[in-house]
Design a protein around this ligand. Structure first.
Ligand SMILES: CC(C)(COP(=O)(O)OP(=O)(O)OC[C@H]1O[C@@H](n2cnc3c(N)ncnc32)[C@H](O)[C@@H]1OP(=O)(O)O)[C@@H](O)C(=O)NCCC(=O)NCCS
Length: 166
């Protein structure tokens, strides 16, 4: 039986062109890497093209410095029909002091796409450990909260011209 490839690790050295005006890593540079990691993780899991639909809970807890080695650990936590939640945990390592710290985690929703540019089913997620079960349940909770936030936002903003229209 083929083992599902749910996880992906990527390590990148933070180089000077990624810096912001304060000399730390620019948030946008990190977001681009996060999106690439989530793409690679989901595309390898699905063996198809995937697109990013949403990104939740990006909180930069502390700055990442130029010269640090950053490791992204991505995992497919949850699969719906065509959509998946990919969680990405970010660890930064100071190469001289060898200290490592968790700087942020965030959650992407990716959708598997067919050749015709329409969503296609993603492979059902095989859950074999208690840890994977917990990741799945937390992701399902976030999916429900996303829907609830969207519903309540529409309720509150109903009637504001152009606010909810495409
Ligand atoms: C992804 C896309 C094809 C989905 O289209 P759609 O008409 O909403 O299709 P569906 O209604 O079938 O939804 C597909 C899945 O996406 C999920 N989805 C749609 N909008 C979502 C949102 N805002 N947040 C989370 N999930 C979402 C649906 O719940 C569904 O999940 P499921 O198949 O597991 O049940 C469409 O939104 C798209 O093309 N978006 C642009 C993606 C892109 O270009 N990203 C890069 C940005 S530059």
């Amino acid at each position: 039986m083929e083992v599902q490839e749910k996880s992906l690790h990527m390590t990148v050295l933070m180089t000077p062109e990624m810096a912001n005006f304060a000399g730390n890593v620019h948030g946008g540079a990190l977001l681009k890497l996060l999106d690439q990691v989530a793409y690679a993780c989901a595309a390898r899991y699905c063996k198809s093209y995937v697109v990013t639909v949403s990104l939740d809970q990006v909180a930069f807890k502390e700055p990442i410095r130029v010269g640090e080695l950053v490791t992204f650990r991505a995992n497919v936590n949850y699969v719906g029909k065509s959509s998946m939640e990919v969680g990405v945990r970010v660890m930064a390592e100071d190469l001289r002091s060898k200290t490592r710290r968790h700087t942020n985690s965030c959650y992407f929703t990716m959708v598997a796409m067919g050749e015709d540019g329409k969503p296609i089913p993603a492979p059902p997620l095989e859950i074999s450990t208690t840890f994977e079960r917990k990741l799945y349940e937390a992701a399902a909770m976030r999916r429900d909260m996303r829907r609830e936030v969207a519903r309540r936002n529409e309720e509150i903003t109903a009637g504001i011209p152009d606010y909810n229209s495409d």
